[in-house]
Design a binder for this molecule. Sequence first.
Ligand code: PMP
Length: 361
Amino acid sequence: MNDVFNFSAGPAMLPHDVMVWAKDEFLNWRDSGSSVMEVSHRGKDFREVAAEAEQDLRDLLAVPDNYHVLFTHGGGRGQFAAVPLNLSAADQTSLHLVTGSWSKGAVSEASKFNHAKVVGEVAEKDGLRYVPKPAFDESMADAAYYHFCPNETVDGIEFNWLPESGDVPLVADMSSTILSRPLNIKDYGVIYAGAQKNIGPSGLSVVIVRDDLVGKARQETPSIFDYALLAESDSMYNTPPTFSWYLAGLVFKWLKGQGGLSVIDKRNEEKANLLYAEINNTGFYRSNVHPDNRSRMNVPFQLANPELDNLFLEQAEQAGLMALKGHRFVGGMRASIYNAMPINGVVALVEFMQEFERTHG
Ligand code: PMP
């Protein structure tokens, strides 16, 4: 089926079946003679697609009725600004757990709008990067929200516990982990994600927000970021990214067809275990992240001899293993293995790594 496996961190590969479905109806959607991207977002057909996508996402994540699901613009970084504008006054504090480059980016954006305070940070254990659980105390109790990023795409750091936050609503940037495992939505005030990893094409962000947190936006909030306006208008206050929304809907159908998130969860576990077993095997490859915090979605790894990095990447590409170069901030390699990456892709990468080690070890 695939001659090439694409390990890009995002925009990332989409499920093959989804691409085929989209291709089949690309020029003539629902016998309209037009593409889905050429029809009005307010027309009956598109509204049906939009509502179905929302319902499928609600089903997959078991989103309770007291949460709104918004389909909006601006990617993950858009929400770095939308969250403080919707949830806090300028003189309020937001709490932040900083575990890598994206949660750090969220702090600098929030600090334009409120008093952003870092209450926990990534540390080291046994010489490896590790996320300690931050303490929560009464001085933090009147903060507007508590922001964290359970999966850091650049750093390959993941944790699946919730920071203790008292009654302060938790806000999670799930851009690179949403839909990779079941979640208990009730634990969160807001979950947001840029689409371009586990949801669909870029240009869309999904926001899941508890209804008591909607309707509190500051007066100066740009209307397209105001959760209340988005909720009231079924995310059609202005023209939404219709093609991305449609394609996200196909991805949700695909996920349901695979058996839902508990099946996907097991598959993701299996893929990550295979790859980390190879990384841990002989010391030729290594990870700088503590085993407790190794991401299942984004797997950075280094060669013990970094002089071989370029050769590794070159030969990997020749073998059809694409986009393995680590983020420019951290170097080395990174294999992003989101939901759409089949297990065969991970097997092909592991076999390539073994062969490369045999030749160059
Ligand atoms: N948060 C995380 C965890 C991300 O991985 C990214 C993008 N890679 C962002 C935020 C920023 O997303 P965008 O580029 O859509 O603004």
